[in-house]
Design a binder for this molecule. Structure first.
Ligand code: 1GP
Length: 252
């Protein structure tokens, strides 16, 4: 048995968090971002101050596309690229790390442990850094909730999410992700984020529907350590830059 070590990407995130700097990550969905522009958008994202790029989407099933997409991003930026998988076809040898995640409120064995058991060998073979994370999906008419067969958590009842988040921590997951869903009409309410953040010792990640500086600052004030935005980088670069500033605590 070898001693388990925390990998480079996780250390990079944790060093920021432990020094009191909230982290901003940008989600690129290969189905939304044109492959020809992926590298250029990633470069602009890095210039805007994001700390890393996540690659994923609820309805991507081509490993080929993921590979090509990640390669073109990696050639353009020096910040880490982290896979945000929706199933085993998202595993790419070209990324720096993968969120090794379980959709804890899924009703489907596949999303709880099935995909993970199938993908684990590949992660090992590729030498990918696996970052264990518990993933929780909140209510809403979103692709991720439908594809993941989630029994969505109530937005206004943080106590329910807090139970799951604590279970994630005790299961050894090192991050917990509160997901409203990409393009969600509303982000997760700050009191719900706060309730979870106060219940666990692991960093809380929030994402979904964050499109304003106010929303981003509210997430951080409520205790989120990592804020993820996706849609806004594709739609409004200036708003995206301001959101990153807001996450970092600067003037928008
Ligand atoms: C990441 O799904 C989100 O958790 C991204 O959501 O596209 O709404 O920013 P948006």
């Amino acid at each position: 048995m070898r001693h388990l070590r925390v990998g480079k990407t996780e250390r990079y995130l944790m060093e920021k968090i432990e020094s009191g700097e909230p982290v901003h990550l940008t989600l690129f969905d290969p189905e939304e971002v044109d492959l020809d522009f992926a590298g250029a958008i990633a470069r602009r994202s890095e210039e805007a101050g994001t700390d890393g790029i996540m690659v994923g989407g609820s309805t991507i099933f081509s490993q080929n596309l993921i590979d090509t997409f990640i390669k073109s991003i990696k050639e353009s930026v020096s910040i880490p690229v982290i896979i945000f998988p929706n199933n085993i076809t998202s595993i790419s040898r070209y990324a720096d790390a993968i969120w090794f995640m379980s959709l804890l409120n899924s009703t489907d064995h596949y999303y709880l442990i099935g995909a993970q058991s199938q993908g684990a060998v590949l992660v090992k073979q590729y030498g990918l850094e696996a970052i264990p994370m518990g993933y929780l999906i909140f209510g809403g008419d979103t692709a991720v909730a439908a594809m993941g067969r989630a029994l969505p958590l109530p937005l206004e009842h943080g106590e329910v999410a807090a139970c799951y988040a604590l279970a994630a921590q005790y299961l050894g997951m090192r991050f917990v992700y509160l997901e409203a869903g990409s393009g969600a009409r509303t982000h997760i309410p700050p009191p719900t984020v706060r309730r979870v953040a106060e219940s666990v010792d692991i960093p809380v990640i929030v994402g979904g529907g964050i499109r304003s500086t106010e929303a981003a600052s509210d997430m951080v004030r409520a205790g989120a350590k990592i804020v993820v935005t996706g849609t806004v980088v594709e739609r409004d670069y200036e708003a995206y830059r301001r959101i990153i500033r807001a996450v970092k605590g600067g003037e928008p």
